[in-house]
Design a protein around this ligand. Structure first.
Ligand SMILES: Cc1cc2nc3c(=O)[nH]c(=O)nc-3n(C[C@H](O)[C@H](O)[C@H](O)COP(=O)(O)OP(=O)(O)OC[C@H]3O[C@@H](n4cnc5c(N)ncnc54)[C@H](O)[C@@H]3O)c2cc1C
Length: 113
């Protein structure tokens, strides 16, 4: 879990948050097993629950890094216009907020219990 499972650029500030959710999910799953509520095989679900979040965060960080390092005046102008548009459109802004805050990926903690 954490960076050992999904290291990526710090763009978007998601690494620590994602690692903390990894730990919460694994902690809950381990608690279910050690208290005898679930069989050992329950732990196999960990990858199922966390791999999509890791893939999403890595893809998001890659997109943000590509955007931040865009070269050329025309591309930079286009990028800035697109970011202004996203900021001005509430549904688009909400989607970005949910993704950057990690709230879009909160289901995994609920499913682990
Ligand atoms: C510039 C920058 C800004 C960032 N900003 C944010 C942010 O705003 N928000 C956010 O959520 N995340 C951010 N991150 C990411 C965040 O710092 C990492 O995702 C997080 O620290 C990963 O925690 P971790 O415990 O998985 O790994 P690490 O913090 O790398 O911890 C691993 C630990 O294991 C130790 N270790 C390694 N090998 C061994 C060994 N063989 N034996 C014993 N110990 C060992 C290491 O010394 C280290 O202390 C940022 C990262 C950078 C670089």
């Amino acid at each position: 879990m954490g960076d050992a499972a999904h290291v990526h650029s710090p763009a978007g500030g998601q690494g620590m948050n994602t690692g903390i959710v990894d730990a919460v999910v694994l902690g809950r799953m381990l608690a279910e097993v050690v208290t005898g509520n679930r069989p050992d095989a329950w732990l196999d679900r960990y990858g199922e629950l966390r791999r999509p979040a890791a893939a999403e965060v890595i893809a998001l960080a890659s997109r943000l890094t590509a955007m931040a390092t865009t070269r050329g005046a025309a591309r930079q102008t286009l990028r800035n216009a697109m970011l202004s548009l996203v900021g001005a459109l509430p549904p688009a802004r909400h989607r970005v907020e949910m993704s950057l805050s990690g709230l879009a990926r909160r289901d995994a903690t609920r499913l682990a219990a």
